[in-house]
Design a protein. Sequence first.
Length: 207
Amino acid sequence: MREVIPTAPAIGNKARPRLSKEESARFFGPPPLIAGEDPTQYEAMRDQISAAVGPLDFLEEIWVNDVVNLVWETRRLRRLGAALLPAAAPEGVHHILKWLLDPFTGQKVAIDWASRKPRAVATVDAALAAAGLTMDAVMAQTLALKIDEIDRIGRMIAGAEARRNIALREIDKHRATLGAALRQAADEVQDAEFKEIPPRLIEGEAE
């Protein structure tokens, strides 16, 4: 059976009801979530954006869905980007300790430091203090090691934001076109109502 896509437009600025969750899942597919992401947060954000935009027809429903997914993607990339440096910090510790201690010892201490073993933590703190360094040095070294990945994430965020803005502009253009079409139709109806109608000929009167 062919799927029926809702296309009924709204009149004026009155928004039609948004697609139900069942309709959205059937047409757009499941939410683009990864492990650890909360479906209820995604749906709450979707409800907020849909309520703010107020899609007027099915085309706008598609663009709103794009906006929702792009905003979600942007949030995800920012979250993962923020988690990258702490996750890679043991690499920064290792790169500093291999100069302060020796390569083999520095690697072993860095592995134990990542597991927060007290002895390794104390060793790292003592080595940094002896060299006049702090954890800022570790994070700076980690940043240098991961700068390409962080730059790539930043460009991905900028790309998602640009595509989001394009979708919002398409909604604006669509509404301007729809508004112009509605105004033209209204004017034509009004002109037809007030068009002068010639008096009917009197029955039997010669033309």
